[in-house]
Design a protein around this ligand. Sequence first.
Ligand SMILES: C[S@@+](CC[C@H](N)C(=O)[O-])C[C@H]1O[C@@H](n2cnc3c(N)ncnc32)[C@H](O)[C@@H]1O
Length: 276
Amino acid sequence: MDPSERRAGVAALFDQLAPGYDRSNVPWFGPIGARLVELTSPRPGDRALDVGAGRGAATFPLVDAVGPTGHVTAVDLSSAMLDQLRTEAETRAVSTLDTRTGEATPDTMPPDTFDVVTASLVLFFDPQPAETLGCWIALLRPGGRLGLSTFGPTDPAWTAAEAVLMAYAPPQVLDARTTGRTGPFATTDSVTALLESAGATDVDSHDEPLDVTFPDAAAWRAWTMTLGMRQFWASVPDPELPAVLTRIESALEPDRGEDGRLHLTQQVRYTTATRP
Ligand SMILES: C[S@@+](CC[C@H](N)C(=O)[O-])C[C@H]1O[C@@H](n2cnc3c(N)ncnc32)[C@H](O)[C@@H]1O
């Protein structure tokens, strides 16, 4: 599929997800975005860019970190996500933020400008991650800092549950999240190599665990329907849905704790780097 068609598909997916996105009670995008910003170390007065800003999981921590003398630009392919982000900015009375719909490239934004660029859980959706990364790095001033979050390993029960679903997903909805050990996001070493090949230096890539709990598999499913994973559910034919749910329920069972809840662990991969 043509890269621009693929990005249009990503925009359409997140336009559809925007109203319910990150509105479950599962602490997920918020803690990941906040930790990413912490590790990327923006300073008061910095000009920051948040690519794939969504509803602002990293954007608002950036706004707080750069303070009243700094500025944050939030970019996203999905205009509906940015509508939600602007509503939140109004609620918070934020005046140091602007938003742009589309991609962040030196053709659409001033190069050599930003002190900090973040992208939390974004790059693996891109059909050309190395080229796209090169564009983001070109928007940093020399010495500017880049921070990315992606996913590391998931616990075995969760992996097994996802595998049930993935078996139905047609190739055109699979992306770099789903290419396992062969993809550029497979290991901290491969992510480091990706950043270095795009011209970044001082790369640090490491995983930190994030634990989430669910009362049962149905609650897990409801949550995944608010994420990019929704497109995988859409591939399951209706008559097969009950059997798929039963298999997922069995797959998740080993994660049930003494409190009766399912305890799932996702390693989150944080990668920071510098533009030389
Ligand atoms: C999983 S969401 C993450 C949103 C937000 N960063 C967060 O952590 O909640 C991914 C977002 O990235 C956007 N996106 C994906 N690829 C992009 C690209 N190349 N340029 C700009 N936005 C992109 C999607 O539209 C979506 O809103």
